[in-house]
Design a protein around this ligand. Structure first.
Ligand code: SF4
Length: 415
């Protein structure tokens, strides 16, 4: 008898797109073909040669649109600066105005439109800062902002009030004060280093900071939030990985939005971090015309697992001033979650969250799998839409009396 074929999903067109999106490709040298390999692979060279000015863009991206040109002219004046590493720049499809890479890093004039519900600090971080550069919103963990610099700047950045200092925020972290606060609060067991991007620090500076945090007895767990492995994979050197592994348990949360960002170079960089024993998670932001399609998100999460990265969160885009053109709908986010849960490996399914405006923290948002609930039963639907009934356990009228602890050796039948 023939074994039944596994169920097939999606149109053949979707299947072909999924397969194509999951292919790992090198970013290549593109317009920098004449640069020697030693320089191209040097993270300091990549940083020094970032695309930051309109004259560079005119040469490298002649198809720049009017909206982009106007946006670029404003960037850095009062808006988030423009900066793109050469290796990330090479992922842009110059023939596509809606290229998902392009939309993330090339400014657009729409950034000047601010809706009434948009603000510079949409998740209320400044209101939860007991000392500058430290956000203490949840009971047992803090966000430790160490810098306002990034390898490249994302146009939808929640901290665009702060990063690149374009809006005059004048961020100057005071590590002594930040660390003293953490040391004085024994309830803090988890520190997330972020910014800006902590992996832009040189190894010595990062080692100094992590070392100081590790001397605090109640700190159990360190995390680094970074987009450097994606924007600047050259930075993930064996030396950096060897230094980081001294500080376990240390997790790294990367930030990837589109499967094309996962190049062969990025996969190798992430592999070096994973080989250093660092558990890796990914945070994505749901972005219009970037990743707000089920097939794109499915390719991203499956490709992340191939890079040994666990998809962790999909964020609904925060209400950051000037981000409406990039914000997708919550309905679309729920549709994407419905397309993932049950349809792919559970490890590949992230949690979709809305960071509550004003500082309420992350709130999980899930498609409705519970259709009805009563005292006697729960009516559920599964990923295929089939309905099931689960009998509710009866409420106990009185607590069950505790039995005396048994002698475990007797229970195991041993003398
Ligand atoms: S890398 Fe992170 S902090 Fe930097 S601009 Fe992008 S989202 Fe903002």
């Amino acid at each position: 008898m023939e074994s039944p074929l596994p169920p097939q999903e999606g149109s053949s067109e979707d299947q072909e797109r999924l397969a194509a999106l999951k292919v790992f490709q090198s970013a290549g040298k593109g317009s920098w073909a004449s640069v020697p390999d030693a320089e191209w692979n040097d993270w300091k060279w990549q940083l020094k040669n970032r695309v930051t000015r309109i004259e560079q863009l005119e040469r490298l991206l002649p198809s720049m649109t009017r909206e982009e040109r106007a946006g670029v002219l404003l960037a850095g004046e009062s808006k988030l600066a423009l900066a793109i590493t050469p290796s990330f720049f090479n992922l842009i499809d110059a023939s596509d105005d809606f290229c998902p890479i392009r939309r993330q890093v090339i400014p657009r004039v729409e950034e000047t439109n601010t809706a009434p519900w948009e603000t510079l600090d949409p998740v209320g971080e400044d209101d939860h800062s007991p000392v500058p550069g430290l956000v203490h919103r949840y009971p047992d963990r803090v966000l430790f902002l160490v810098t306002d610099r990034c390898a490249a700047y994302c146009r939808y950045c929640t901290r665009s009030r702060l990063v690149s200092n374009a809006s005059g925020y004048d961020f100057h972290p005071e590590f002594d004060r930040q660390i003293a606060y953490i040391a004085e609060h024994p309830e803090i067991r988890d520190v997330l280093l972020s910014g800006g991007d902590p992996l832009l620090f040189n190894d010595e500076k990062l080692e100094y900071l992590l070392g100081r945090l590790r001397t605090i007895p109640h700190i159990e767990f360190l995390r680094i939030g970074s987009r450097v492995p994606i924007f600047l994979p050259q930075r993930i050197t064996p030396e950096l990985c060897a230094m980081l592994r001294q500080f376990h348990p240390l997790f790294v949360s990367v930030h990837t939005n589109h499967p094309r960002e996962l190049t062969t170079e990025v996969r190798e960089a992430l592999g070096r971090l994973a080989d250093a024993g660092i558990p890796l998670g990914n945070q994505s932001v749901l972005l219009r015309h970037v990743n707000d399609e089920p097939v794109v998100m499915k390719a991203l999460v499956q490709k992340l697992l191939l890079c040994r990265v666990r998809p962790y969160y999909i964020y609904q885009c925060d209400l950051i001033a000037g981000s409406a053109h990039l914000r997708s709908t919550v309905s679309r986010g729920l549709e994407i979650m419905d397309s993932l849960r049950g349809h792919t490996t559970g490890y590949a399914v992230p949690q979709y969250v809305i960071d509550a405006p004003g500082g309420g923290g992350k709130i999980p948002v899930n498609p409705g799998y519970i259709l009805r609930k009563s005292a006697t039963k729960v009516i559920l639907r599964n990923f295929e839409g089939k309905v099931f009934e689960y009998p509710e356990a009866p409420e106990l009228a009185a607590p069950v009396p505790m039995r005396p602890l048994c002698d475990s050796s007797a229970a195991l039948g041993k003398d």
